[in-house]
Design a protein around this ligand. Sequence first.
Ligand SMILES: C[S@@+](CC[C@H](N)C(=O)[O-])C[C@H]1O[C@@H](n2cnc3c(N)ncnc32)[C@H](O)[C@@H]1O
Length: 216
Amino acid sequence: MSEIANAVTAEHFRYLAERTVGEDAFLRQLKNEARTAGIPPIWISPEQASFMQILLKLCKARDVVEIGTLAGYSAITMARALPPGGKVHTIEVSPVHARFAYQWIARSEVADRVAIHRGDARIILPTFAADSADAAFLDADKPSYPFYLKECLRIVRQGGLIMADNAFAFGELLAHDSNEPEVLAMRAFNDLVAREAALQSIIVPLGDGLWVGVKL
Ligand SMILES: C[S@@+](CC[C@H](N)C(=O)[O-])C[C@H]1O[C@@H](n2cnc3c(N)ncnc32)[C@H](O)[C@@H]1O
């Protein structure tokens, strides 16, 4: 590891977070009301959201697949980076989460750029056509990530973007006494992505660690 990498401290991170365009009142209210509704606060961080928007703009994404909608936070932020006519196809298995997200997406300015697919992504993803998306974001049940990656490599076009959250396994990645199934799944997934020849990828240390890969 280089000295430069060692130089990135929590203070550096606070510094960059303070200089990242943050959330607007709508997204802050969405999060508050999601908490009140009993939805777990496991959405992406504002820094991840901003970085993902930049990547989506750079690759001129129009169609995006998301696995794991929760309250609609990341779907709305990604949709804001798309051109008119663009679409985030977001998949959610929990009827409670899907209902909440539906209401908030409908109230957002990007309601026409988000489609919620209700159901299990393991069933829904195989119905999406090959090369039909410019980008994908994996953010659901971790043991299914290898399947989601395989499907997204089929669905995303060459040169497109594949992102996955929680590379740092909820902060437990390097805690070797942690053997929670979701932590073990993320460790195995990280090794799988590192070996995946169809992707050029890197873990970006934002939020809980964001995998970013380009389909070769
Ligand atoms: C971490 S949250 C997603 C957060 C969201 N992407 C955000 O940042 O705003 C994970 C979501 O995936 C959903 N989920 C879990 N397993 C799923 C599956 N097999 N198919 C679809 N959604 C699933 C959960 O119900 C939960 O709402």
